[in-house]
Design a protein around this ligand. Sequence first.
Ligand code: NFE
Ligand code: MG
Length: 573
Amino acid sequence: MTERIVVDPVTRIEGHLRIEVDVDEKGIIQDAFSSGTAVRGIELIVRDRDPRDVWAYVQRICGVCTTTHALASIRSVEDALDIKIPRNAHLIRDIMNAAVFLHDHVVHFYHLHAFDWVDVLSALKADPNETSRIAQSISDWPKSSPGYFKEIQTKIQKVVESGQLGIFANGYWGHKAYKLPPEVNLLAVAHYLEALDWQKEIVKIHTIFGGKNPHPHYVVGGMATPIDINSDNAVHAERLMHVSQIIDEAIEFINKVYIPDLLAIGSYYKDWTYGGGLNNYLCYGDFSTGDIRDVNLYRFPRGAILNGNFNEVLDVDPKDPEQVKEFIDHSWYTYDGKEGGIGKHPWEGETSLHYTGPKPPFKTLNTDEKYSWLKSPRWKEHPMETGPLARMLVGYALKREEFVSLIDDTLKKLNWPFEAMQSALGRTVARGLESILVAKWMRDDMDKLLKNIKNGDQVTFDRTKWEPETWPKKAKGVGWIEAPRGALGHWIEIENGKTKNYQAVVPTTWNASPRDHKNQMGAYEASLKGTPLLDKEKPLEILRIIHSFDPCLACAVHLTDVVSKQTTNIYIG
Ligand code: NFE
Ligand code: MG
């Protein structure tokens, strides 16, 4: 006998996600279902538009990865039209992508995920002297005096006494699964508040290079960033120094706050090894030290791993029609008027909505049939996990020195076997570790940019192929990118200077996808299976695992109609 538990909405994520699990008498999850419950229509509007404008529309797929979809879109157009961009533009784009990684990862750790491990209310019982001692033993971050932590505690006390816990209301405080001593909880709450301040600084990189955040500006052929070190009307010397300083501060915050906290918290939970899941990992790769199309120069390498076989990294090609396909057997769509059975490569993709779920209000979804607005992307028909864990493990399997030493050092510190990485906590650790790498690459890219500028190269845009008259009549391209949550691809088909087809397959669509044509679970679903719940009324373990992926459902459910003129036919209720 199993009992179904529904978590809807899952909070502290972006977008609308519902999780249904079947638990047995012992409270162990036997089956799990992930459902995207909202539908959006962003991509519908790019058809027939000028490919040079598409980035500005599809960027609105998400307000979290604020730069990501624009960059994927721009790269798809440049790939289709074989446009090469100036070196400075490439460096600026990668610095901006790195800024999103660091912003997202820090915000995810402190503001979205930490409270699955950290009990805010327990912090009230902490001895601030002891918190101070712990803080100074793990880092030389200056804000660490007993008085400072006492002040934070008083702040929490006031909030609790006011009876208005605000965003801290309805947490599972006091849950038996929380293991941190009060002093470490207090440390984490203090850094939760500091990270709130910090995150508003790093986005200034976007405002300087891209005009604003969210949704900074891009241009096909380079960057819309005029650089002139002597002009007030351009990104001048002072602005460049500001970016440089923010990068240094980011490196410091990551190394002195984020990583020490991650390891301190992780060390109390290292026996909680649930949440691994598929053991299939997919990376498109990114952060090229040369041309973006030269995959060999990627600092995040490209590759796929199946069934946890780290001895073999398989070649990935998003252009191969046999590799990336989306299935709809359990998704509220049809293909050619049929309910499923086939997968479509994004260049041939189709999005025809067809809601067949229960009429609200309802208790549970009919998970034997269709149950999500997400499609099921598959790589060679395998469900894949994408994101920080996939990137770190692919780098490790390829024996890249940076990845191997970072992972091995961390495993030693946590006294963990390698297999422990394949868990919810491992995913969270991987996110921290890749932040160290990305911050380092960002510094390196900025140094290279400054050097170019110093040598007199201030060019950021190449207009050779700006005019549609210079384009072929028909062209197809893919823009891939490693986004904070994983491998993202935008596929475009251009005809007579207009966008004919457009399709995005997004990291959270891979991870949160429902079952496919072979009834194979998506990454979220597989990661929940076998996990024991200590308290079915307060399924904290489900949040831990799902949050470890950093869900973004707005990204995951975006729509495009590439075949019929008809767009939607939704009937709910
Ligand atoms: Ni909406 Fe995104 C990232 C993209 S989604 S946040 O990272 O692309 O999975
Ligand atoms: Mg799509």
